[in-house]
Design a binder for this molecule. Sequence first.
Ligand SMILES: [Zn+2]
Ligand SMILES: [Zn+2]
Length: 221
Amino acid sequence: MFVDKRCYNIAKEKHYCPHCKEQLSCCHTPPYHVGDGLGWGTEIFFICLNDDCPLFNNSWEEFEINYGQSASCRYMLLPNEPKGGPMMVGSKDAFTGSIVDPEELEKTNERLNSEKEALRQLETCVEEKNLKPLITLIVDEEASLPGRHRACELLDKIDDLACIDPIRAHTFLHTEIGQYAELAIGRILKNQNRIECGYCAEIIKAQAKICKHCGKETRKG
Ligand SMILES: [Zn+2]
Ligand SMILES: [Zn+2]
């Protein structure tokens, strides 16, 4: 679920139900607006999920009598609207599964910001020999794939062995990106005439006979 900065600010707003005075819950909008088939124009909205709300409690009977239907209403409010209105719900649990967790939203927001900043820095990172934005993108499983690919490509240009540890420490869910990064590491090692010790994995000169870190004889090839 993509939630932008605007959503994040909206989710922090406090609104109250005119029927029961309880604070409204912020929820993700369902895929389509019930009834008119149009989009909601928002990813989040506010709804009164208080089961003791008079609107919710009293509407069951109304629906039963008027439409012979087991349904009720909850008070809902769209962001940036001065006034809300009733929304039909088929059950007590409708929407309880889509409550927006502000902490989760904040994390998503932070991740998006760091991705955006890293993408912006791709322009200058080679010149500045700055690995940070590349690593940020490569190990961010939720970042856009073109950005992560580009970051792998730029690893060669920065040509810094310091990229190895953070990449190796990461578990790639997107294995293709992991392979790209691994190939780049291979090229950088070759370019710098280095190998990884087959015993301790420390980086040593390709022509070393003995690993200076673990003292073992190096295995060639
Ligand atoms: Zn209410
Ligand atoms: Zn070693």
